[in-house]
Write a protein that binds this ligand. Structure first.
Ligand code: GTP
Ligand code: MG
Length: 182
């Protein structure tokens, strides 16, 4: 309803990618400004929310963090439905996590079955760019950008959940993409 109270948007976002790439860490850095070196596997899926201002609009991002480990995934895909944007994450130091991106993307599309799959907003994050000062990196920015270019120009960000590098910028792009797809 129009009037003094504005309609508020709740935007659902799903974060997918192999185990250990830093999905939970990115979310914790974005929402709580916290980082932990310790690895604790996500089981199933869980969400956190964050209020975001986009231009003159206040939106609530509901960010679903999912399990990368196969044995903890059982319920994961049940939560994909209704998502307005999907964040794919890989580790720039782990080639396997880059190779599996397509499987994650296709599995997501299969579950959500959007009206226009070619136009569904995905965002790709190449995480852990801080690791070993960049010396253990095995996937180049160019390779990642090529992957994105051949899939309807998916926006790409290189991030470090550890240092908080590019995390706010990436999620702002996510929020904008989700809002546009509402
Ligand atoms: P699952 O829950 O199993 O799917 O894993 P995940 O993708 O949620 O990975 P998680 O965020 O738990 O991070 C895995 C490990 O990588 C942890 O030990 C983190 O501390 C570490 N890590 C995450 N992000 C970064 C980063 O940007 N840089 C570095 N150096 N380490 C990171
Ligand atoms: Mg996790």
């Amino acid at each position: 309803m129009e009037g003094t109270t504005r309609k508020r948007s709740l935007l659902k976002v799903i974060v997918l990618g192999d185990s250990g790439v830093g999905k939970t860490s990115l979310m914790n850095q974005y929402v709580y400004n916290k980082f932990s070196q310790r690895y604790k596997a996500t089981i199933g899926a869980d969400f956190v929310t964050k209020e975001v201002q986009i231009d003159d609009k206040q939106v609530t991002l509901q960010i679903w963090d999912t399990a990368g480990q196969e044995r903890f995934q059982s319920l994961g895909s049940a939560f994909y439905r209704g998502a307005e944007c999907c964040v794919l994450v890989y580790d720039v130091n782990a080639h396997k996590s880059f190779e599996t991106l397509n499987t994650w993307r296709e599995e997501f599309l299969k579950q959500v079955d959007p009206a226009a799959p070619g136009n569904f907003p995905f965002i790709l994050l190449g995480n852990k760019i801080d690791k070993d000062g960049g010396n253990s990196r095995v996937v180049s920015e160019r390779q990642a950008k090529e992957w994105c270019a051949s899939r309807a120009n998916i926006p790409y960000f290189e991030t470090s959940a550890k240092e908080g590098y590019n995390v706010d910028e990436a999620f702002l792009c996510v929020a904008r993409a989700a809002l546009a797809n509402e």
